[in-house]
Design a protein around this ligand. Structure first.
Ligand SMILES: Cc1cc2nc3c(=O)[nH]c(=O)nc-3n(C[C@H](O)[C@H](O)[C@H](O)COP(=O)(O)O)c2cc1C
Ligand SMILES: CC(C)CC(=O)C(=O)O
Length: 364
């Protein structure tokens, strides 16, 4: 590629060149046939924008408020694991990139920098994602550390009772590094001759018995608002509201868990309808362009979360790359708003997009 990257896909190419195959495959890969992985992107392509003309768009305001936190754009960083495998500064570089762009950072439970290191590195608003370990005392301790270190919410990832089958990681015998957060608490260095050590780590530590009633337990150990991540159906959206969560994240885990789960953008509206405005609905999966962000907001998302795009920026150029990727998405989103006749995020409505089903309705 000649010159500087001009879009997220070019950052992916730089990341591919920068990383050992094993790590690139871990970051980029999905489950089994990777049908859902492709669909997360393709389903966006099938949605068309209906722009309005002759609107004064000389000033565009992308800002919004997420759980009471004012933010520059409806963009957050999705929690993704093990950033030191992408860049030696790890999650500290990601957090600094988020702070520089004034967006909220989701920190993974499986991070390679500690909660304390990330918290003291910058003033980014941070949410902490958790997996629930069989050793619940360790999860409770992590929640308390996040609370003590000024994190603004807990993201409970609910789609991973077991790890999805990621065949590249099996072939590569993907390593499971020791995770600094858990040093002295539990070993996260798993070695299995059979294949992915990440899978062995998840099988050894994650609590597959986690269920709806455990949200009560989580609420009993923290005052922080709880977002539930991994909702794909109206049935589960209703249960989540009954359980008292502060928000819902429509996510298929970047297509790394259940293959042939739906593309997230194709089920966003189903969840939004079920929620009836009771809590904010967030969205992730396949966001690579500002137009994708616009489409998700038109279909009812309060904000989107970005997973791989941020990792690609981090792998290519560290903190600067994270900043450039987020800025690129913000710039593209701002231009999309202007060209669609929307001056603020509240101006983006359902009538600004046509889904595939609606596109072929013939107006007589
Ligand atoms: C390499 C990688 C690691 C991830 N690790 C986590 C994790 O630790 N916790 C979690 O809740 N989700 C994790 N996810 C899922 C992301 O939070 C998010 O749902 C997904 O990446 C969104 O799709 P996108 O990558 O197309 O933006 C991970 C995703 C990737 C690609
Ligand atoms: C270490 C893994 C369990 C992190 C994860 O959620 C993922 O790789 O998708």
């Amino acid at each position: 590629m000649a010159g500087e990257p001009v879009n997220v896909n070019e950052f992916e190419e730089l990341a591919r060149q920068a990383l050992p195959n094993m790590y690139y495959d871990f970051f980029a890969g999905g489950a089994e046939d990777q049908y859902t992985l492709k669909e997360n992107i393709e389903a966006f392509r099938r949605i068309i924008i209906r722009p309005r003309i002759l609107v004064d768009v000389s000033k565009i305001d992308m800002s919004t408020t997420i759980l009471g936190h004012k933010t520059s754009a409806p963009i957050m960083i999705s929690p993704t694991a093990m950033h030191k495998l992408a860049h030696h500064e790890g999650e500290v570089a990601t957090a600094r990139g988020a702070a520089a762009c004034d967006v909220i950072m989701g920190l993974s439970y499986m991070s390679t920098c500690t909660v304390e290191e990330v918290a003291s590195s910058c003033n980014a608003v941070r949410f902490f994602q958790i997996y629930v370990y069989k050793r619940r005392d360790i999860t409770a301790l992590m929640v308390h550390r996040a609370e003590k270190n000024g994190f603004g919410a807990i993201i409970l990832t609910a789609d991973t009772p077991r790890l999805g089958r990621r065949e590249a990681d099996i072939k590569n015998k993907m390593i499971a590094p020791q995770l600094k957060n858990f040093e002295g608490l539990i070993s996260t260095e798993y070695v299995s001759d059979k294949g992915s050590n990440i899978e062995a780590l998840a099988a050894g530590t994650f609590d597959a018995s986690l269920c709806w009633k455990d949200i009560e337990w989580l609420k009993s150990i923290t005052k922080l608002p709880i977002l539930i991540k991994g909702v794909l159906t109206s049935e589960d959206a209703i249960k989540a509201i009954e359980a008292g969560v502060a928000g819902i994240i429509v996510s298929n885990h970047g297509a790394r868990q259940l293959d042939y789960a739906p593309a997230t953008i194709s089920v966003l509206e189903e969840v939004v309808h079920a929620v009836q405005g009771k809590v904010p609905v967030f969205f992730d999966g396949g966001v690579r362009r500002g137009t994708d962000i616009f489409k998700a907001l038109a279909l009812g998302a309060k904000a989107v979360l970005i997973g791989r795009a941020v990792i690609y920026g981090l792998a290519a150029k560290g903190e600067l790359g994270v900043k450039q990727v987020i800025q690129m998405l913000k710039d593209e989103f701002e231009l999309t708003m202007a060209l669609s006749g929307c001056c603020s995020v509240d101006d983006i409505t359902r009538s600004h997009v046509k889904t595939e089903k609606e596109r072929f309705i013939c107006r007589m």
